[in-house]
Design a binder for this molecule. Sequence first.
Ligand code: 8YV
Length: 332
Amino acid sequence: MPASTKKPIVVVTRKLPEVVENRMRELFDARLNADDKPMTHAQLVEAAKTADVLVPTVTDRIDRGVISQAGPQLRLIANFGTGVDNVDLDTARNRAITVTNTPGVLTEDTADMTMALILAVPRRLAEGTAYLKDTKQNWGGWSPTWMLGHRIYGKRLGIIGMGRIGQAVAQRAKAFGLQIHYHNRKRLPESIEEPLGATYWDSLDQMLARMDIVSVNCPHTPATYHLLSARRLKLLKPNAYIVNTARGEVIDENELSRMIEAGSIAGAGLDVFEHEPAINPKLLASNRVVALPHMGSATLEGRIDMGEKVIINIKTFLDGHAPPDKVHPAMF
Ligand code: 8YV
């Protein structure tokens, strides 16, 4: 085959929806992962030595070790995911390797899941379901004082990180009658704040001390690692709830687990964990925690859209243009 018609080698680390994999096979010399087993560090290094394009996900640590051993042919890391905390962006930049992500297409799904947790925790949804499904229990019927949760209508929701997902959460929460508060690196323009009735807090500490529910919607970066530190978690009201659909690393999970166990916080809705797939057992043991296995963007539609974004990023890059979702380290 003449060099010009040779398809680029694209290594995809995890199984993707069939329609995405089929398209990748047509366009590229796609090396797919049929059995979906996460790749080891050694396998990732091997992939970086042969691939023209690497397509990792949140479960792959594309760290300095992987990137610094990459062959000169590796020019693009097209991440399947919006968060790029799995990729060492500085080392990629030093090696002139472009990194892209998949923003936008998972906003609504992730905001839906956030809202689901905001409802599920105070209204004890998981607890009620587990009770009925537990064959050892025998439901005696309705009682006026049993399974009481707390009203969310009229309560204060503090959103940490008011980007696309944070704003989509705010829109939903407003419709449920929550008062919208937020902390963000930058205050949003009035044209966004006003329709949401959103109150900006420059001081995260001050916001935390006054919220009924806190939702984490910021990316995980060196600046947001343990943003909710032990000290800050202690600022929360004892009847406050915390919801996290962003990244586990933003919260000091040990301290949160301790507070849940001690009853010094009312509950938590967690879709992400600091040391995934490991989860602090204290969180799983508490019926005041609703825990999900990182399902925020887990819709078929969302995952197909993410795959299409990855393909567009690869195609545009290989055609010699700037890919639409090029990641600039300063964005994170
Ligand atoms: C994805 C996510 O499932 O895109 C992200 O940043 O958190 C998730 O919804 C996963 O990270 C894909 O890599």
